[in-house]
Design a protein around this ligand. Sequence first.
Ligand code: ADE
Length: 260
Amino acid sequence: MRIDVLTLFPELFRGFAETALIRIAREKGLLDVRFRDIRDHTRDKHRTVDDRPFGGGPGMVLKPGPVVSAVEATVAAGRFEDEAAAGMPAAPNSPEVKSPTPLMEPTPCIILLSPQGRRLDQPLLGELARERWLVVVCGHYEGFDERIIETLDPLELSIGDYVVSGGEVAAPVLIDGVVRLIPGVLGDPRSAEEESFTGDDLLDYPNYTRPREFRGLEVPEVLLSGDHRRVAAWRAEQARLRTRERRGDPADGAEADSKS
Ligand code: ADE
């Protein structure tokens, strides 16, 4: 998969791209991630990306010109690099990326991160993990000029019903959630299959490891029994209990507030 992240703060992503899961995915050649500075698409000497809202009010709004140009340039560069990978002359690559560019469909899924977007959940992560190319636009300040949305027609995504200071905080959540679902990224694919929100909408069961006793707290006997059927039944029951306790009984409509 290829992911281009458009941001006002590319430096914020340096550690993220070079650590843990994202680094592993890049090293395995399963992920090609690039961070692009929206300010490179401004035309004035102050590299202005925002301005006051028409109609008044607090905060600043992201101007349409730099954001739309940044997306269009990213898509054009991606297509060119795609052709380069197919035998055309090589395009200059951003220095931080060493993994090869896979052949991809020429049309990326354009995602705009904003608290007004569709709420991200595990099934949507699964759908996004099947895409070949994501272009993720990080907002900042009071939000995007609405004409950015009208022009790009992106998938607007929110990581939850709360506000963080910008898409740079939300993007790692999205990217990590997607990348760990790309086949081959996780050492043991069961890790992604058996966890919370996968398939049955249940929270995960409690886990234990050594030591068998910690400060007087014992590991449940069934987990030491070696009886796989009893273990599976216990885990299923614990997952149901935990989900009901923490998220309410779906029959009461308690789940309704976690769905968009
Ligand atoms: N930017 C600010 N808050 C956000 C949220 N909840 N999701 C996505 N982007 C955001």
